[in-house]
Design a protein around this ligand. Sequence first.
Ligand code: SAM
Length: 267
Amino acid sequence: MNIKRPEQPETITSTSNAEVKMLRALHERKYRRQTGLFLAEGMRHCTEALSVGFSPMRLVYAAGRETDRGMSALIAACKAAGGRVLPVTPNLLSRISGKDNPQTVISAFPVRYQELSQIMPEGIWVALDRVRDPGNLGTIMRTADAVGAKGIILIDECTDAYSVEAVRASMGAVFNVDIIQTSSADFMRWAEGWKGEIVGTALPASKDYRTVAWQQPLILLMGNEQAGLSDTLSQQCTQLVRLPMLGRSDSLNLAVATGICLYEAIR
Ligand code: SAM
């Protein structure tokens, strides 16, 4: 008796395949903007994405791994969303991820931005003034998620929350926090009507971060890695705090300072 197997797509083996080229191009911001897609790697993060409502538009996996735990749900979600399921050779997985030892699955998901006007006056938000380092942004998304914060507000020219580096550093948190992009002018206008605290962090501030009442709804406003918090944004804060520097270093890493404040805020 012939047992009918579900039809398997053909394994892609060529680096010049158009889908492989498109997925590889998602390492560049320009192509993420053009396609509205970004890459996430690994079964754990792809499954996490699925569980919070993201469907893969491209699902790339090492050919032969169709029966891996979690894969059938990803394949079904990709097909249901009208996406493409692409078994590839290990060499192509490595090419798409840019790593020598890639995960066995990589997905391209649609980017998802929220608007300032959608923010409800509750919980904790982290606003970042011109954050430049994708590792910092990813770590901040991860920490924001860890304390149950609602999301991240990216002000002015920031590094891309959906870059491969930021997504990797977020360890899947990119799917769990809302992401908003705005200008400082729009943020300032919107913040006029914010019915809560806006706590800014700045080296010249005189208040110790442990002495303020961290009440919610809260926006924690963090400055740029080099230039710190801009004067205009500082003026929008209801409180400005500093973290004591007891040694010879003049400042903390942005993601570390954000983490300390976030945990103080939920203490
Ligand atoms: N040279 C920059 C400056 O003058 O602000 C240093 C920026 S620091 C690396 C990046 C951001 O982390 C700061 O803008 C601030 O939001 C926060 N930060 C780092 N160390 C801090 C501290 N000791 N007190 C308050 N904020 C701090």
